[in-house]
Design a protein around this ligand. Sequence first.
Ligand SMILES: [Zn+2]
Length: 195
Amino acid sequence: MPELASPESESRSVGKDGFSPGRLSDSPTGQLGFCAACGSPTEERDVEGSMRPVCLACGQVVFLDPKLAVGVLIARDGRILLGKRGPGTREPGKWSFPAGFVERGERVEHAAAREAREETNLDVEIGDLIGLYSSEGETVVLAVYAATAAAGDPEAGDDLVEIGWFSVAELPELAFPRDRHIMEAWLSSQRVMGR
Ligand SMILES: [Zn+2]
């Protein structure tokens, strides 16, 4: 699947069309609209310092959770596999690494391998956690893992139109600026490990 979020103000969504916007300012609560307990309409109100949906009938407050996404840096010969995003995605024509939402009940590492396979058609071995990325006001938390790929050629899957291996020193135009920092973190970890 397609993608996730960036540090300062950007977010990626994960999904068939790439990540959907995940900023709190996009009114995450607007999607709910009705009380899960009694079915009455909800309205956003300040509860404990944050705007949260509150049922107009029974007063139930909806506490929204963050959403977990996972990204994968698949490496081979010191380069990372990136995909070029197709029309209809966020940031079409730009590049990003495989990423997607973790499903409820799914192991995070399994989600990482699943996303890698869906987007690149490669079976990968998930390695170290590179980092966990979140920012103020962002509804998506991104976990990024290093991975190595079994033999075989990658193929662009999901909403990608092209796929290629890139060195961190020569990255193409990235869809999400934060990705550069993440890949630099990966590079540093490789040096520390002497890989
Ligand atoms: Zn209610």
